[in-house]
Design a protein around this ligand. Structure first.
Ligand code: FAD
Length: 306
């Protein structure tokens, strides 16, 4: 029911106008999104880097339906990477890319070629790319494209979602030397046939996957705001003798900033996921619609800065 209402709102230009102009929305957006322009993203990146954080930048937008849109997204990333290098914000800042924004939904080859161009630009800029993971229908395609990209750009990062039943096995596959893997719970609404449904099962899967990655040879990136999982991550880092340069924590921009600062203070590497771009309305609404639990997630963030 809630999901239907949010989805309906996400398609309504009237609601969009209303939300976009409401003072409350401006506060929410400012809290979670760097701004509309590349310059806003650079400014926010500079502030985070000055605070000792690493950053991964996401140009908002997904599910493009034309080659022109996909190529425009690619070009925005190429420009962003040039500007990050010029501002000496690399390697502290890297980029996160959604293959659906590069054409994956209608032309996998186009998405691959666009992603390859971004990986080459990232390498020239002295940094890396992480491929965001979208809904489960794209997992195989995304991992196939990742494998092809890694032939020339081995530092390209993957994202695995603990809520998927397949993920433990994917973690084993990807826990190899040099392999950067972001582990998150997963943000999409998925059927029981492929995904754990209860928070408890997802958390347990997260811990099993975390153990595989932290005991493996790759570079784990633990993306979560969950205090229990962060504590387990810290524990496993000690247990498996992982120095702060051999794994990292990741959190979203605007969520638990004090916890991000605490971890930096403890000497850990913490990377903030920083979205920017015009498409913020869709970004916030889709997050809510994909998983209504995220409504509480955003609401909590508004009342708590812990
Ligand atoms: C860096 C990063 C990248 C991501 N990339 C992807 C991706 O590519 N694909 C994908 O599907 N998903 C991605 N996600 C989203 C992810 O899958 C989850 O939907 C999202 O992170 C919420 O899960 P959680 O682990 O924070 O735990 P939740 O279950 O949302 O929260 C667990 C606990 O964390 C604490 N907490 C959470 N939020 C707050 C808050 N605002 N204030 C105070 N305490 C809070 C609370 O104690 C809460 O009970 C990413 C998340 C991050 C952080």
């Amino acid at each position: 029911m809630l999901r239907t209402v949010i989805l309906a709102a996400s398609r309504s230009t009237r609601v969009e106008r209303l939300v976009a102009t409401a003072p409350f929305s401006r506060d929410v957006v400012r809290r979670f999104v760097a701004g509309a322009k590349t310059d806003d993203a650079l400014r926010a990146t500079r502030e985070l880097v000055d605070d000792g954080l690493a950053v991964t930048l996401d140009n908002l937008g997904e599910d493009t339906v034309t080659g022109e849109q996909a190529n425009a997204t690619r070009d925005e990333y190429l420009a962003l990477l040039r500007m990050l290098a010029e501002a000496t914000l690399t390697p502290a800042a890297e980029v996160s890319v959604k293959l659906s924004a590069l054409g994956q939904g209608f032309d996998e080859q186009l998405a691959y070629h666009n992603a390859r161009a971004i990986c080459a630009a990232a390498e020239a800029a002295g940094t890396t790319v992480t491929l965001d993971m979208e809904d489960h229908t794209t997992t195989d395609s995304t991992l196939d494209i990742l494998a092809k990209l890694r032939k020339d750009h081995p530092s390209t990062g993957a994202v695995l979602q603990a809520y998927l039943r397949r993920t433990e096995s994917d973690c084993r596959e990807l826990a190899a030397a040099g392999s950067r893997v972001r582990l998150c719970k997963g943000a999409y609404r998925e059927p029981e046939s492929v995904a754990y449904q209860s928070a408890r099962d997802v958390d347990r899967s997260y811990v099993r996957c975390l153990n595989i990655l932290m005991s493996g040879d790759g570079y784990p990136m633990l993306a979560t705001h969950d205090p229990r999982l962060i504590a387990i991550g810290e524990d496993r880092a000690r247990w498996f003798d992982r120095d702060p340069d051999r794994f990292e924590f990741q959190m979203l921009y605007g969520i638990r900033p004090e916890e991000q600062a605490r971890l930096v203070g403890e000497g850990y590497t913490v990377r903030t996921y920083l979205p920017y771009g015009d498409d913020w309305y869709g970004y916030l609404m889709r997050r809510l619609a994909e998983r209504p639990a995220n409504l509480a997630f955003f609401a909590r963030a508004l009342v708590s800065r812990k």
